[in-house]
Ligand binder design. Sequence first.
Ligand SMILES: C[S@@+](CC[C@H](N)C(=O)[O-])C[C@H]1O[C@@H](n2cnc3c(N)ncnc32)[C@H](O)[C@@H]1O
Length: 277
Amino acid sequence: MIPKPFVKWAGGKRQLVPVLNENLPKTFGTYYEPFLGGGALLFHILTERNGQKCSISDLNSDLVLSYTTIRDKVDDLIVSLRNHEKNYQKDSKSYYYYVRESNPRSEIEKTSRLIFLNRTCFNGLYRVNSRGKFNVPLGKYSNPNIVNENNLYSVSSILQSSRIAIKCRDFEAVLRDAKKGDLVYLDPPYQPVSDTANFTSYTNKDFTYSDLSRLAELCIKLDSKGCKVLLSNSDSKEVADMFSTKPWNIVKIKANRSINSNSKKRTGHFELLIKNY
Ligand SMILES: C[S@@+](CC[C@H](N)C(=O)[O-])C[C@H]1O[C@@H](n2cnc3c(N)ncnc32)[C@H](O)[C@@H]1O
């Protein structure tokens, strides 16, 4: 079975994989994905390119822990998820809020909590408050797929390659490691396109305009090192201005934003793909 993202993630790129794939360079060294989220493009690349060397990371420590737990302890994780599933079927509402309030210590329980909440919460959204506490309400599902066993095994098996490094760190750290010919795919949290736009906090630290400027500077440094850089972002003037000069090529693509609390706003819109090759 082909592995797919094991979480639904705001800004996830599952629907855009075909267009991202068309925009990948033909050859590259190590693949870097420092804003990993659900890893839609990662799983595509790993499926297409046997033995690909990768360095994947994210600042959300619970999410990163989920990747390593699925890799190392998938059997125990499935047992724990089955337990959540059984309790949820008895009384979904009270059990959901009980798990949401809980703060488990073990790696397995932390990961099964994250996956359980992701499968059963409103819109499969990951959002935390300023204290880092998950605060999404219960979703309206009659029969959520809490334990997707086949996919968890596929993900576990593909991540076991010794050529894949998984880290929790800020995106700028890729600069230290990436070398000439490596591919860096950057999919940061988007700046809200308007004051009323839905805004998502993946971690208790928001991605601010100054982070975006830091990212633009990083892209220039990666380019001068000879790395291949591919960046996704919102179709905003701020972003277009930051990448208006050589070597950046901007491709406007049609996307469908599937996570929005207002279903009327879940319509097609444009995003930018920016690359230096
Ligand atoms: C748009 S999502 C990535 C979605 C991903 N491409 C997918 O297909 O699911 C952005 C990710 O960046 C992470 N993030 C936010 N600030 C970060 C930072 N300073 N360094 C690294 N990762 C960060 C968030 O935790 C989130 O998972």
